[in-house]
Write a protein that binds this ligand. Sequence first.
Ligand SMILES: Cc1cc2nc3c(=O)[nH]c(=O)nc-3n(C[C@H](O)[C@H](O)[C@H](O)COP(=O)(O)O)c2cc1C
Length: 365
Amino acid sequence: MTMKTLFDTTTLGRLPVKNRIVRSATFEAAGAELPGAGESALVARYGAMAEGGVGTIITGMMAIDADARAAAPMTKLYGDGEAGFDAAFAKIMDAVHAHGCKLVVQISHCGLKATEHDNGGPPLGPSDFAAVPDMPGRAMTTEEIAQTVQDFAAAAVWCQKAGADGVQLHGAHGYLLSQFLSPYYNKRTDNYGGSIENRARFLLEAARAVRAAVGPDYPLWVKINSEDFVENGLTLEDCIWVCKQLEAAGVDAIEASAGLGVKDLASRPSRPVKSEADEAVFAAQGHAIAQAVGIPVISVGSYRTPSVIDRVLNDNAFAAVSMCRPLISEPALVARWQKGDTAPARCISCNRCFAPPFGCKVFTD
Ligand SMILES: Cc1cc2nc3c(=O)[nH]c(=O)nc-3n(C[C@H](O)[C@H](O)[C@H](O)COP(=O)(O)O)c2cc1C
C-alpha cells in the first residue's frame, strides 16, 4: 500500500490540490470588509499563506444574510456589494493562485451567536435561547428557514461567480446549522427538531440548495462537529448518519471538527499543545466518519508536527489535515517543513488570536 505524506498532490473534494495541508477557516477579525478596506489585508494574509506552502485556504466565515454576522467586520456575501465583491475577490484569487494554492470560501450564519443584525431584531436560531449574554435569541419560523436555505445558495453563487475554487458550509462550532443539529440548542417540536432526521433537515436542505445552484461540478464542502462535547449535544453516531446524507446530497468533502464552543472543550481545544500527545485531538472521531463515507475527510484540531500529520494520515482514512492557529503565527510553516526544517509549528496555543490582548508573535523567517 502506498504511504501518504502531507506533500502529496491529490484531489480533495473535487479540487486538485498541491498537498494535503489545508488552512482551516479563521475569522478575519482584522475587519475584512469586502469590497473595501479589508481587501488588501486579505490579499496580504492569504498571499503569505499561499506563498508559504499551504495547498488550500478556507476563508474565515463569511455572512450569508442580514442576520448572520458574528461581528460587524464579518464579510458580507449578500446585499448590494456583489459587483465590488467580484473585483475585490479577483485580486485575492490572483494572490492565492499565483502560488498554486486553492481558495474555498466558508459560507456561514452565526445563528444565536450573531450579534450584528442589519435590520435590528434578536439573534435567530432553532429555539428561544440566549447563546450570547444579554442577547436572547428567537426560534426561526419555517419561512425564515426556507429563506435562509435560499440565502446559502445565493451566497455560494456569489463565490462561484467571483472565481472562488469552492465553498464550505459552516455546520460546526455551535453556529446556526450546528445549533439545529444539536439537541443542546434545538428544542423544536416541528419537522426541524427532535430526531436526527429532523435536526439535520436544515443543513441537508442548505447543501441540496447550494448543489442545485452551483451545478454538479463545483466543489462543495461541509465543516461539521463530529460531536459536541456537551451534555445533550450531537453524538458521533448521529454525526456519521448526517455525513452519509451529506454525501448523498452531493457534498464533496467533510472537515471533521468538534465542540460547541460553550464549555472548555470548544472548537478551539483551548488546552495548550505541549507535546505530540496533545495533537490530533479529534482524529478518532474523524476516522469513524471517514470509514462511513466515500468522500474525503479532512481532520482538524491541534496539528503541529509534520511526522504526526504523516502518521495520522496513514493511520486514519483522511485525505488531508487542516490547521488554523499555527498558520496565524507562521504563515510559511509548510514551506519551512518542505525545505527540511521539520520542527513543530512554533504556535504555543496562547489563544491570543481569540481573546484580548489580541495578537500573537508572528514568525516570518
Ligand atoms: C482566531 C480563530 C478564528 C477562527 N475562525 C473560524 C471560522 O471562521 N470558522 C471555523 O469554522 N472555524 C474557525 N476557527 C476554528 C479553527 O478553524 C479550527 O477548527 C480550530 O482552531 C482548531 O485548529 P488549530 O488547532 O489548528 O487551531 C477559528 C479559530 C481561531 C483560533
